[in-house]
Design a protein around this ligand. Structure first.
Ligand SMILES: Cc1cc2nc3c(=O)[nH]c(=O)nc-3n(C[C@H](O)[C@H](O)[C@H](O)COP(=O)(O)O)c2cc1C
Length: 339
């Protein structure tokens, strides 16, 4: 891996187009695909297959599968390896009902009687590539099963575990429990533990590494806000300094490349409509004024995008511009039983 700073999967966002555009900035270690349903993958669902689209320069990449039934998951694992993928990740963190009701995602963290561990063992033994597991701290605060599972998964051959420091019950609320991640680090003998959750700044990253003792970190929402964070972290690790922040013009180049690749991935219409959900994010960062903001969130063609970036470059940054804080990305909210 080029670094120990990983991109956490954000389904619908961290597709090939975004991954490659982030990789080009430097410093990114491992990236992971959207979660894919093992059964749907084997059923040759075209939509599912799209989720695993990649290219030879999009490495290292883990393909993340979810499911709870054998032999679907092992068959899916073997299918992926036969297609040339070189790293598999198992989702045990997803809290949404669509996934949990299949027995997959964070529901797997409820079964400490052996089935979940056997599932991981079966996957590890079915393929000759590294298999990792991404999980939460447990189902709820009374069932913090992550240390138990991490220890067991290590015994059956998992290559690493990635821990989002919240329970399923918490959803995305509250803040990350770094002591909970530390308990996982202490539970394993030698496999790497990747700490995840709420890393937005370099200081957050430093705190995650220091307080948990984790080997590596994964950044999701913070990387959408600042795709340069991996490069900055690597520079900081090597020199003590993160280097200059991206300029306004570099941000525009990033926007243009991102959209170009989304169109390459899905064609002009779908590429543009997929972009719309991050249109506001770019608008908050670039502060281009209302009219361009509207065009970004309603983007409908490459021609329109070219017009936007030409205008932004010609105008230059608004007076006193600095890439603002914090556009957040939508997470499910409300009662978790309804997710
Ligand atoms: C919109 C969205 C989609 C997500 N999709 C996935 C996914 O497909 N697989 C997964 O393991 N985690 C998924 N996650 C969880 C993230 O990978 C990560 O664990 C979580 O957002 C906390 O990290 P962060 O604070 O750096 O974003 C998703 C999170 C969000 C907000």
């Amino acid at each position: 891996m080029p670094s120990r700073f990983c991109l956490a999967p954000l389904a619908g966002y961290t597709n090939w187009a975004l991954r490659l555009t982030v990789r080009e900035l430097g410093g990114l270690g491992l990236a992971t695909s959207d979660l894919v349903n093992a059964r749907a993958l084997l059923g040759k669902s075209p939509k599912t297959r799209e989720l695993i689209r990649t290219s030879p320069d999009d490495i290292p990449l883990a393909i993340q599968i979810y499911g709870s039934e054998l032999p679907w998951v092992t068959d899916a694992a073997q299918y992926l390896v036969a297609q040339g993928y070189r790293h598999l990740d198992i989702n045990m963190g997803c809290p949404v009902n669509k996934v949990v009701k299949t027995g997959g995602g964070s529901a797997l963290m409820c079964d400490t009687t052996g089935k979940t561990v056997e599932l991981v063992r079966a996957i590890v033994e079915s393929v000759p590539v590294p298999v990792t597991v991404k999980m939460r701290l447990g189902w709820d605060e009374k069932n913090l099963s992550a240390p138990f599972f991490a220890r067991e998964f290590e015994q059956v051959g998992a290559a690493a575990v990635i821990i989002h420091g919240r329970t399923r019950q918490q959803g995305f609320s509250g803040s990350v429990d770094r002591a909970g991640i530390r308990a996982v680090v202490e539970a394993v003998q030698k496999i790497p533990v990747v700490g995840n959750g709420d890393i937005i700044t370099l200081a957050d990253a430093e705190r995650m590494l220091r307080e948990t003792g984790c080997t590596a970190i994964a950044i999701g929402r913070g990387a959408l806000l600042n795709p340069w964070i991996f490069r900055q972290l690597l520079a900081w690790e090597n020199t003590g300094q993160p280097g200059d922040p991206p300029t306004y013009f570099e941000r525009i180049d990033f926007l243009e490349t991102h959209v170009r690749r989304l169109i390459e991935l899905w064609g002009e219409y779908r590429g543009c409509t997929n972009f719309r959900k991050v249109g506001n994010w770019y608008a908050k960062v670039l502060k281009p004024g209302r009219e361009i903001q509207k065009k970004l969130v309603m983007l409908d063609s490459w021609e329109s995008l070219v017009g936007i970036v030409d205008t932004l470059r010609a105008k230059g940054p608004p007076a006193g511009w600095r890439a603002g804080d914090a556009p957040s990305i939508a997470v499910p909210s409300g009662p978790i039983d309804k997710w």
